[in-house]
Design a protein around this ligand. Structure first.
Ligand code: KIV
Length: 271
């Protein structure tokens, strides 16, 4: 399978083409300019400015506290760095669940003030009207099913979703509903691999999995988790590509020690 790094700009149509040709979609989160720049240069297809910023950037326990203004700040920082990737921005909790007009207004603010290429929201049938209304204004929408962290207080735990027949059936119905409403892709979070594979074959739009197995059309991870900046989170689905917590701790300790022993700065490091 050809690796599509030659693509100049990833669009929602390119993602559809990737699904059609069987090329897997690579997506990661980013929340700032410097990381956005590295990810874009490395050739990532999609950057998600996720509301996981609430956890990894702001230190909250859940994604609920982050505001629309804060999401726009993170998104506009990322977008200043991007040449190639498609940038999708999460609609934060409380900015779209009320009604479809509110959902549209929040999406317009994100697009206008950050330069984002698309928005993402959580839920199925219950957000159908909002999805349609946002898309009718020309804004592409990505769905998000399975473990939807904005509903953590309803679920009570972060365990695997849709293990039982009834919930699995509802998830398939919701995925079809989102596709019918016009979503260009759907994130499937923490559901059994078999179910994610079934959803992926039933949908003509791409599925992007996180903890949903290799049968999805693409994969997403939270950047701070895959780089090992977070070190207290060990779900089975997480592959760590670096251990930056250790690396950074080592570098900072070295720096402190160099200063304490009057080794830094040396003669060549001053004017
Ligand atoms: O906010 C986020 O990082 C997400 C991913 C986990 C898909 O929604």
């Amino acid at each position: 399978m050809a690796y599509n790094k030659d693509i100049k700009k990833v669009t929602t149509h390119v993602l559809q083409e990737m699904k059609n040709t069987g090329e897997k979609i690579a997506m990661l989160t980013a929340y700032d300019f410097s990381m956005g720049r590295i990810l874009d240069h490395a050739g990532i297809d999609v950057i998600l400015v996720g509301d996981s910023a609430s956890n990894v950037m702001a230190g909250h326990e859940t994604t609920l506290p982050i505001t629309l203004d804060q999401m726009i700040y993170h998104a506009s920082s990322v977008l200043r760095a991007i040449n190639r990737a498609l940038v999708v921005v999460d609609l934060p909790f409380g900015t779209y669940q009320g009604n479809s007009k509110e959902a549209l207004n929040s999406s317009i603010r994100i697009m206008k003030e950050s330069g984002a290429h698309a928005v993402k929201l959580e839920g199925g049938k219950e957000v159908e009207d909002s999805v349609k209304r946002i898309i009718s204004a020309g804004i592409p929408v990505m769905g998000h099913l399975g473990l939807t962290p904005q509903s953590i207080y309803k679920f009570g735990t972060y365990t695997v979703r849709a293990k039982e027949e009834e919930e699995a059936h509802k998830l398939i119905e919701d995925a079809l509903c989102l596709q019918e409403a016009g979503c260009f892709a759907v994130v499937l979070e923490k559901i059994p691999a078999k179910l994610a594979t079934e959803v992926t074959s039933k949908l003509s739009i791409p599925t992007i999995g996180i903890g949903a197995g290799g049968g999805c059309d693409g994969q997403v991870l939270v950047l701070h988790d895959m780089l090992g900046i977070t070190n207290e989170f060990h779900p089975r689905f997480l592959r760590r590509y670096l251990n930056l917590y250790e690396e950074i701790t080592g570098a900072v300790s070295h720096y402190i020690s160099d200063i304490k022993k009057k080794d830094f700065p040396n003669d060549k490091e001053q004017y």
